[in-house]
Design a protein around this ligand. Structure first.
Ligand code: UTP
Length: 277
């Protein structure tokens, strides 16, 4: 049974400084909605409504965002803006939110391990909110869940990237078992193009079996001196099944300025049917 989704949001977001000095990167808005809210909507659509945050310093705005503000609700009641908080309030009522803190930013792998206290011994989703994903029919987490329900194993979302971009991603080594599914043999974090096993890159959506916590306990610091989730999933693939799904939709890396601007322009066109002026 899949009901929990982990949101590791403790990173410093240094690529967006000074904006992210006191404001979480995950609260940056695409149009009028923060990145993290899109991520939670995606998790909730997939039925994962127990939302577990691994937060850190300067991230308190996330907790406030997912709490009712009765004073503001009263202020808006009866005005033409009365509906603007409706969908957020529905999300707040429909999900349970729990928080823990990563005291030291030692990498994504470390953040997931810190989240173990919230997850326990059950499979769980992971969303990195700075990967802004738009699924074609259903969200990416729902797509991963379908594969999980069929195969009952770890499933990670992947996409093809240009070969000269492999050093920015975790890259899979595996074999294709259907048009959109790969059996993963190992993962390599940020390989140079000449040593990359493929150009199939891991993006920020996962369904992980709880065995990953055992693997996270044994890995050493990897690329960039950080504990890498990629290394733990690669070890997991030695002992149990790991599938990679080429998801149906598109994704923007909103951890980078270029990706953030592209996502904003794309969303503006989707909403208003025209490019921003
Ligand atoms: P990033 O690699 O984007 O790092 O983390 P970052 O710190 O957020 O941003 P930059 O590179 O300094 O600009 C990917 C995801 O992992 C989380 C981040 O919050 C983001 O969701 N993360 C990363 C943690 O929760 N803890 C960490 O120690 C590192």
């Amino acid at each position: 049974m899949l009901r929990k989704c982990l949101f590791p949001v403790a990173g410093y977001g240094t690529r967006f400084l000074p904006a992210t000095k006191v404001m979480p990167k995950e609260m940056l808005p695409i149009l009028d909605k923060p990145l993290v809210q899109y991520g939670i909507e995606e998790a909730a659509e997939a039925g994962l409504n127990q939302i577990c945050f691994v937060t850190g310093q300067a991230k308190r705005a996330i907790e406030d965002h997912f709490d009712r503000n009765m004073e503001l609700d009263d202020h808006l009641a009866g005005t033409e803006r009365a509906n603007t908080l409706l969908s957020l309030n529905e999300l707040i009522t429909g999900c349970q939110f729990t928080y823990t803190r990563q005291a030291e930013q030692l990498g994504l792998g470390h953040a997931i391990k810190v989240g173990e206290s919230l997850i326990g011994n059950e499979p769980f989703g992971v969303v990195l909110p700075d990967d802004f994903c738009i699924g074609n029919d259903v969200g990416v987490m729902s797509q991963l869940k379908s594969i999980f329900q069929e195969h009952q194993c770890t499933v990670i979302a992947v996409e093809e990237v240009p070969m000269d971009r492999t050093a920015s991603y975790g890259i899979i080594h595996g074999h294709q078992i259907s048009s959109s599914l790969y059996e993963v043999e190992k993962l390599v974090e940020k390989p140079a193009p000449e040593s990359a096993p493929s150009n199939i890159a891991v993006i920020g959506r996962y369904i992980l079996s709880p065995e990953v916590f055992g693997e996270l306990a044994t890995i050493n610091k990897g690329v960039g001196g950080e504990y890498q989730l990629t290394d733990a999933i690669s070890n997991l693939a030695q002992n149990s099944r790991v599938l990679a799904l080429k998801f149906d939709g598109c994704r923007f890396d909103c951890g980078s300025l270029a990706g953030f601007v592209a996502a904003t322009n794309y969303s503006f066109r989707c909403r208003f049917g025209t490019a921003p002026p």
